[in-house]
Write a protein that binds this ligand. Sequence first.
Ligand code: PA5
Length: 446
Amino acid sequence: EKIKLDINSVLKFVSEKEIRQIESEEATKAIDMVKNGTGEGNDFLGWYDLPSRTSMKELDEIIEVANDLRNSCEYVVSVGIGGSYLGAKAVIEALNNSFDAYTSTSKGAPKVLFAGQNIGEEYLAELQEFLKDKKFGIIVISKSGTTTEPAIAFRLLKEQLEAQAGKEAAKNLIVAITDAKRGALRQLATEESYRTFVIEDNVGGRFSVLTPVGLLPIAVAGYDIKKLVKGAAEMEKELANASDSNMAELYASTRNALYRAGKKTEILVNYNPKLHFFGEWWKQLYGESEGKDHKGIFPAAVDFSTDLHSMGQWIQDGERTIFETVISVEKSKSEKLIPSDEANLDGLNYIAGKHVDDVNKMAELGTRIAHVDGGVPNMRIIVPELSEEYLGQLIYFFEISCGISGYLLGVNPFNQPGVEAYKKNMFALLEKPGYEEATKEIKAKL
Ligand code: PA5
């Protein structure tokens, strides 16, 4: 079974003819550009055939290190930001028990915590206080090896781990994932003889979830990375060639048809709180890939039905410049029936005996009809259930669609020049050596 795409609730707003025209005239070319590396950014296409060329041996090596951390730690802190954080967080949250953070932990089944994804002094102080009497390990992830946020978190956590476990023991509890040769983290890892995994040069951060960047934390959390990669490889095969049934081509063509019709914001919707961080991962993938040259669909995400009680009003009645893409999970993995109540004071007996998920599905259908009636085009991505294999399919589907979509928009989907502007100002304000001129310039603006 595979994930599916349904665009029927879009056709009131843009015709199938328009979409198919973009598909046949532009998307088929775009898919070839991705496949053959003939477009801009072609030095960052390593993700394209990554699932099929990842060997069992490579996965076994990751699993071996993950098992070692699992056996020696109660907690493993994954340190990274952006593409070095969101993929692992998205997959772990999608598969985890929602109350994982409140259940007890043990060696053999550690919990994965995250750091380096912000510069919150309170966050770091609280994390360190929490880890004070715990056996923990660190996976430090940075492709460039020089990103400020994870570097600060790692400096603090490394010092703490060395103090708690001893300098020699700490070396076995730290794993670094970084560039093969360059960067401060590679140098540190070599000097300290940490175990390392390499992020290939030609895989950008937001496309790196299926490399050790995502796979090691996911394996430490206890999930089956072989199934995740298998799911992605199935999609890689399925979406390799242009055809009428290629859902990546269709998704990319539909969202671009909507964008050209004035729908400038895409909202990724879920009806399962476990997918909240999948929305965050997707926002980075599309935002960083497409928002450039003063163009690009703005990627937003909501969790329904929760946000129907907050953002629902805007979506139903606000400015008509949005469309929705709903991730619709068909099957719940747990069962909960609504009980009958003799007094029926809450008036809920009409749904007694139904599954909670039956109600959720009617909320989803009712919302789709209301939003389409209210002027919001809707696409649906149907996922049979939340499992490693389907998440792998979904990840690869969104990655290749993103490459195609970026080329349809006329941008280089694989760079991120805009990310540097804030860093330059921050370094200038912090008076980093080498930034003397920038410091003078920025201070003159204050
Ligand atoms: O997608 C990207 O390139 C970024 O989001 C990076 O992943 C992020 O800035 C972290 O970079 P690094 O892994 O070099 O620390």
